[in-house]
Write a protein that binds this ligand. Structure first.
Ligand code: SF4
Ligand code: SF4
Length: 462
């Protein structure tokens, strides 16, 4: 029996003091110096391990405090109080919220699933993926228990074109030619990062993590270098159709290539296939209103993989109009491919707006086979989404100097946490193969659908 897939985390502390969610204000002047001070009773030893960063004047309490409020509530003189950190609130933007950044740092440090404790106190619904709930009907007594290793839950996918049916000769040999496939044990590929000072350290961190978890990463000619050669089994060169050089060094030894969509992409695929028949060739297609028709045409023409990409906040590319979120556009394209009978033959990868572990299964339920992840990787390496690098300014966490061994561990930890959450979700759904999650919209509820079904008739005349 093949060995079970497993990702092993390695606790990896951040290099820089992370921006904390809140700060503790300590009015020491009024302190009674109790022998059993509430600070000594902190379950997380936050006061005991307290440290200051002399450069940034940051206090470790701001990051390490778990906000249990025990010390605040139990101090007899009430000298301790908590306040939200304004720097924390300024991090990221409307989509990449401070909580997402904070949780990603925690996962990259520990490899563990973040637990908010004491129930969920957030809003009932929200925009984007927050308007979608997954079926957890088996959560109390999962029929598939992969979480504790009692049953194997597979998170692997095959990237490539699949035959619609099989044909055998009298001796049971397959008569059809089988297209090449690349197997990855987790439905995640490392995407090109949307910004950041992408030095060798970051690329090597990604390549090392991709190797360790058995996945793949995209690399462009601008960022490729001989230092990535040892990782060629895990690289997907991302190339423009125009000026495609079939003898380029970047193509040597790779299993898969991705071409940026252009009207003459099919001719280029043919050239690549003539040169290396076992190469899986993918087409990267912008998620816009034309994507549905183009995806169907490409699938009918025999394309193996289509990578639909939205912008980094998960919106489709559309001018002037309100863009649809990736989950809605993806659902529509997936269903269209089902209706024109080509969905099962191709692999659909999606990217843009995949920010949290839960977004991965949600994208798969909406019709993707897997997702390409970008900004969470940069955040795992301590990025604060301040975008100073975009303006040509220095990076507050010196990402250009990152040590690949350290970076690789942080990325493996993040993927370990995402993988654990995927397994947990599939266990709660009673599904033991991630390929069965694809397009299972019946196992999810969509807020817009519920609202329309419940209130549509009442308010339709308004
Ligand atoms: S609020 Fe809780 S976790 Fe934070 S310092 Fe006080 S006792 Fe420790
Ligand atoms: S921390 Fe800021 S400057 Fe550094 S990579 Fe992230 S966005 Fe860019």
């Amino acid at each position: 029996m093949p060995k079970k897939y497993h990702i092993k985390p390695t606790p990896t502390a951040p290099r820089f003091m992370p921006v904390g969610r809140s700060g503790i204000i300590d009015w020491e002047e009024d302190c009674l110096k109790c022998t059993t001070c509430v600070k000594k009773r902190c379950l997380y030893d936050v006061y005991k391990n307290r440290a200051y960063d002399s450069q940034t004047l940051e206090d470790s309490i701001d990051y390490q405090c778990k906000n249990c409020f025990s010390c605040i509530q139990n101090c007899p003189r009430g000298v301790l109080s908590k306040t939200i950190n304004p720097e924390f609130l300024r991090m990221g933007d409307a989509y990449w919220k401070p909580d997402i950044i904070h949780n990603t740092w925690f996962q990259a440090e520990t490899g563990k699933i973040p637990v908010s404790g004491a129930g969920y106190r957030g809003p009932f619904s929200g925009p984007g993926f927050d308007a979608m709930w997954t079926d957890m009907s088996e959560i109390v007594r999962p029929t598939r228990d992969g979480i504790h290793g009692r049953e194997y839950i597979s998170t692997g996918i095959d990237v490539g074109r699949k035959q619609r049916y099989l044909k055998f000769d009298a001796s049971g040999n397959v008569l059809l030619e089988m297209p090449p496939l690349v197997e990855i044990p987790l439905p995640v590929i490392f995407n090109v990062l949307p910004f950041g000072n992408l030095g060798q350290g970051i690329l090597l961190s990604m390549a090392e993590a991709a190797r360790q978890i058995g996945s793949l990463m995209y690399v462009t000619p601008a960022t490729y270098g001989a230092f990535l050669k040892p990782f060629k089994d895990h690289l997907i060169p991302l190339l423009p159709v125009e000026g495609l050089d079939l003898d380029a060094e970047i193509l040597e030894g790779v299993k898969m290539v991705e071409l940026l969509y252009a009207p003459d992409v099919l001719a280029c695929i043919q050239q690549l296939k003539l040169r290396s028949p076992q190469l899986v060739v993918s087409v990267r297609l912008p998620l816009d209103p034309k994507a549905r028709t183009i995806a169907a045409d490409l699938a009918h023409a025999g394309v193996e993989v289509i990578h639909l990409f939205a912008d980094y906040r998960g919106n489709e590319f559309v001018e002037g109009d309100a863009p649809r979120f990736v989950k809605d556009a993806l659902r529509e394209i997936h269903l269209h491919l089902v209706n024109v009978s080509v969905r099962d033959q191709i692999t659909l990868i999606v990217s843009g707006g995949i920010a949290l572990a839960e977004h991965l299964p949600k994208a798969i339920i909406c019709g993707a086979d897997g997702a390409a992840v970008d900004l969470p990787l940069l955040i795992a390496l301590e990025c604060r989404v301040c975008k100073r690098c975009v303006a040509g300014k220095s990076c507050p966490v010196s990402l250009q100097n990152i040590d690949p061994e350290y970076g690789g561990k942080r990325l493996v930890n993040l993927m370990c946490s995402w993988w654990s959450q995927l397994i947990e979700l599939m266990g709660a759904m009673g599904i033991r193969d991630v390929r069965r999650v694809r397009g299972e919209a019946g196992r999810a509820m969509f807020f817009e659908d519920l609202e329309r079904d419940t209130f549509g008739a009442l308010f339709s005349n308004r």
